[in-house]
Write a protein that binds this ligand. Structure first.
Ligand code: ZN
Length: 334
């Protein structure tokens, strides 16, 4: 089962999290694979999307924000867009639009940053919006400090965290066709410092007298180096207990209760057969009948998870019969 583990380093201004998406990640892959129009993701795309889904889960779990955290990459290569969304209840979903050939050994730049136009966006979309309130969005380029194309999503996101939250962050991400996993280590915010929870503080507000500045904390640096030594293979194959013991056996960890099942990361998509039925009703009987005559069924696929919903002549007849039994003036779409 998918799981999220949070921990603190006792007495040190450092916290950490490990996410392992197993059933949730496999559900995302199997819905895509079952879609007859798209087929499965090419392995490099699945790897990228898995890393994005693990990262979105970590970032959502890392902030106190009542709304969706949406991690998007807008690509200028064969992957046009890749999206992973995590909600406060740790439900996740993800999708990618692939238009070209993906070589088996494709890296991040080959998929989304061929002509230097690719970018990554992190959106915080509040659940209960005030009138006129816009979602918060931060955009980061897919380049490093020296103009080099970044090869790994973790580097892109570490950059983002440093810029937007002003917090040192170390991320290790990995995904294959069974597991999408991530390790996040972060220096805890010092009082009054800007972070996502405080909606940002100007650079100059940081107290220069404070020893605990970005890149200056010995404890964080030591732990970050340990965290960075975790290989992708280890992250994918070892259980969380083993990973924590191997990396941090000399540190004193304070562990929180692991989050699993519905308390933990799990797959959820807002699509349903009922919703699609409503769309077909809105289309009207005549049009629905025409499509069925032509193709044998009305087929609608969810843009986000790829699940296909099919309505044949019998389904459609039932759907519109239910509608005509309703008293006049009742809403057509439920
Ligand atoms: Zn869906």
């Amino acid at each position: 089962m998918s799981e999220l583990h949070k921990f603190l380093f006792d007495g040190l201004p450092v916290r950490g999290m490990i996410v392992r998406l197993t059933d949730a990640w496999q559900e995302i892959l199997s819905r895509r694979q079952a879609n007859t129009a798209t087929g499965p993701y090419p392995p490099p795309v699945a790897e990228l999307l898995g890393e994005m889904t693990a990262a979105a889960t970590l970032m959502q779990a890392n902030i106190k924000f009542n709304g969706a955290l949406i991690l998007q990459i807008f690509g200028d290569g064969p992957v046009k867009v890749a999206v992973a969304e995590a909600l406060p209840d740790l439900s996740v979903r993800a999708t990618a639009k692939v238009t070209g050939e993906i070589p088996a050994d494709a890296h991040l730049p080959d998929m989304v940053n061929v002509n230097n136009q690719g970018r990554c966006a992190i959106t915080l979309d509040p659940k209960d919006k005030q009138p006129g309130q816009q979602p918060y969005q931060g955009v980061v380029p897919l380049f490093g400090d020296h103009g080099e194309k970044l090869d790994r999503l973790s580097d892109v996101l570490q950059h983002y965290m440093l810029q937007s939250e002003q917090l040192d962050t170390t991320l290790v991400l990995a995904a294959d066709d069974k597991v999408a996993a991530g390790l996040l280590i972060q220096r805890l915010p010092v009082k009054g410092e800007g972070n996502l929870e405080g909606a940002g503080t100007a650079e100059g507000d940081r107290n220069p007298a404070n020893e605990d500045q970005i890149g200056r904390n010995e404890d964080y640096n030591r732990i970050a180096i340990l965290a960075s030594s975790l290989t992708r293979d280890e992250l994918l194959t070892l259980d969380v207990e083993t990973i924590l013991r191997r990396l941090f056996w000399e540190e004193k960890l304070l562990r929180f209760e692991p989050q699993t099942g519905l308390e933990g990361p799990h797959f959820a998509c807002t699509c349903s057969r009922t919703r699609v039925a409503g769309m077909i009703r809105a289309l009207g009987r005549e049009e629905a009948d025409e499509i069925i005559e032509e193709r044998g069924e009305v087929e609608v696929a969810c843009d986000f998870c790829g699940r296909q919903y099919r309505f044949d002549a019998v389904d459609a007849a039932q759907l519109f019969a239910a509608l005509s039994n309703q008293p006049p003036g009742s809403p057509a779409v439920q």
